[in-house]
Design a protein around this ligand. Structure first.
Ligand SMILES: [Ca+2]
Length: 288
């Protein structure tokens, strides 16, 4: 297969992009030098859609979004609805009502979208790029996924996760999804009644933060699921890894000192994550 290779400089992620890619959002070419920082993969969102109506792909390049050096935040959003079509026949497959990816170098990754399916059962995979960072030896993390499934044609709606163990949302580190180490895999099956909706919101852990037992050097996230015809799913997700020294700093800023440090960290983790000023999920509404 003929491919284009991009971003091979030191510290930079590598992407191999097949030429059959249906829709590419970003600057004119992958052949020229990329402006992406070392921490970001050249492709920040990778969408693959397949059904009996055909197959389509959407890839978003780093250059299409906005990076703010002061905050270390990168953001891209679709801006307006997009019909993703079969690359050969032009048949419509799904309509994106919104699609947004948000990264922070701290590191954090958030992915949000809203999709209305076409007239066929459709397999949909939407992955973030790999966010790489210097090794973190001693970290905690948290992942949250929110999915709302709505029946639009009066016969009920079904969404079935297609992750490694059947989850729709997959948050990983040390390797790009789905080939990395799993931090969390969430939301297996959603069923909405005729004319109705169902909402699932799951966090790992349910409260507080998990300790990560490995040295961590990158993170990424993915949604992969099968969606019933003519129905709609709206999604938000957030995945954060925090170096333990940063947690210590947070605790020092807001809580009294004293006592054995390690034990204190573990006791207070839930207090940190539940603070109302903790990270708000970037929403699709923000981009409208
Ligand atoms: Ca339906």
């Amino acid at each position: 297969m003929c491919c284009v290779e991009a971003g091979t400089r030191r510290g930079r992620a590598v992407a191999v992009v097949p030429r059959w890619v249906g829709l590419l959002i970003g600057s004119a070419s992958l052949l020229g030098p990329l402006e992406a920082r070392a921490d970001f993969a050249p492709i920040v969102v990778d969408v693959h859609v397949q059904s009996a109506s055909g197959e389509g792909r959407l890839q978003v390049l780093f250059e299409a979004g906005h990076y703010e050096q002061e905050t270390g935040i990168y953001q891209w959003n679709l801006g307006e609805p997009l019909v993703l079509r079969d690359e050969t026949t032009g048949m419509p497959l799904v309509t994106f009502q919104g699609l947004e990816v948000w990264y922070r170098e701290d590191p954090e990754v958030a992915l949000s979208f809203a999709i209305v399916n076409g007239p066929a059962d459709t397999t949909i995979t939407i992955a973030t790029g790999l966010l790489s960072f210097p090794d973190i030896n001693g970290a905690v993390g948290r992942a949250t996924a929110v999915m709302a499934l709505t029946d639009l044609d009066g016969n009920g709606a079904l969404l079935e996760g297609l992750g490694p163990v059947g989850g729709a949302y997959l948050a990983q580190y040390n390797g790009g999804v789905p080939g990395g180490t799993t931090f969390a895999e969430l939301i297996g099956l959603l069923v909405a009644p005729p004319g109705g909706s169902i909402l699932a919101q799951v966090s790992i852990p349910a409260a507080g933060l998990f300790e990560i037992p490995d040295v961590v050097s990158d993170m990424s996230a993915q949604f992969s699921f099968r969606l019933s015809p003519n129905d709609m799913v709206t999604v938000q997700s957030h995945y954060q890894i925090i170096p333990v020294p940063a947690v210590v700093w947070l605790l020092a800023a807001g809580l009294a000192a004293g006592g054995p440090r390690r034990r204190r960290i573990r006791r207070r983790l839930s207090a940190v994550s539940c603070r109302p000023e903790a990270r708000r999920l970037p929403s699709l509404a923000d981009s409208q």
